[in-house]
Write a protein that binds this ligand. Sequence first.
Ligand SMILES: Cc1cc2nc3c(=O)[nH]c(=O)nc-3n(C[C@H](O)[C@H](O)[C@H](O)COP(=O)(O)OP(=O)(O)OC[C@H]3O[C@@H](n4cnc5c(N)ncnc54)[C@H](O)[C@@H]3O)c2cc1C
Length: 332
Amino acid sequence: MAQNSTVLICGEQEEGKITAVTKELLGVGKILAGGLNGKLSALIIGSDIRDSGEEAIVYGADNVYLVEDPLLSQYNPDSYTTAITQACQQIGPSVVLLGHTTMGRDVAGRVAFRLGCFPCMNCTNLDIDSKSLVQTRSVYGGNAIAVVVSRDSQLQLATIKPRAMTPLEPDSSRKGEIENIKVKIDDPAIRTKLVSTTKEEVEGIKLEDARVIVAGGGGIGDAEGFQLLQDFARILGGAVGTTTVPYDEGWVPTTSMVIGDSGKTVKPDLYIAIGIRGASQHITGCSESKLMVAINKDSDAGIFKVSDLGVVADYRKVLPPLIERCKALLAT
Ligand SMILES: Cc1cc2nc3c(=O)[nH]c(=O)nc-3n(C[C@H](O)[C@H](O)[C@H](O)COP(=O)(O)OP(=O)(O)OC[C@H]3O[C@@H](n4cnc5c(N)ncnc54)[C@H](O)[C@@H]3O)c2cc1C
């Protein structure tokens, strides 16, 4: 594969609109392309996706490659691996970036193997040093940071942690070429078939978009306790998040509420951690919150080391009067 100084981001779209992580890929991709004196290209896969190509330009792409095929209308690891691999072989980028999403996690290793390079997964920062991609990621459950440079490889491939990078401001005056490229997808080689898709219904504000998050952990004790957290979040105009414990215990309905290493990364203005110990796997997902307040009955809980404000108390005693006080203040 002949390489050039292109940074290629593998964008994702939903119903013709590029996703938030795609905008973040374009934001960091632009910086890397500048460091390589190269260009930033976006690859978008699917069917009927021209609008998302135009949106990618607005968010920073110098040019866009579209791969359109009925076999690519919905995500499938086999067909998408083939499409991304063949597109990379035609485009010849020196850096390939994907989101650390369901798709990115699934295909990055497969694509890297086929292209003969090393995938660095879930990066929280990317930079260029002497034409090499410097990839930063958290390891050992968030207890250490690894900096990875693939010096032997011509091609470098990384996935980025959602919400770790900043998108560019949209600029509709940006111009760029949109080109369709052809790939050959062999139907029998598609070993997995998508049987059905169920769209997750989100009541109220999405966790990723919430400016206030009320998060409950193992200390909440039952589903009823989470009802109290829902009331608190509603008054503050926020969303409820959780650790893995309440999900495992069945106190919350969905894994999409989990924040941390194996859940979501959030960056709210206010993060209220209630009955949460402060395990590194949880903190890695909320450490970028502007203000963190913890309520925990154990004064030695690790959460107090990372919080701006702490209340040592049983949440069942402090939360009902706190909710009443907030209600009264917000009503005035
Ligand atoms: C590979 C791996 C990935 C993981 N990924 C994640 C992840 O993405 N997200 C995540 O959250 N975890 C993750 N975990 C789990 C993580 O290690 C912790 O086990 C988990 O975060 C602990 O949750 P917790 O603090 O809510 O619960 P606990 O450890 O049960 O802590 C409960 C806390 O509540 C306090 N408490 C108890 N009762 C009350 C009360 N009435 N009022 C006030 N405080 C009270 C206690 O003092 C305690 O500090 C992962 C683990 C592994 C191994």
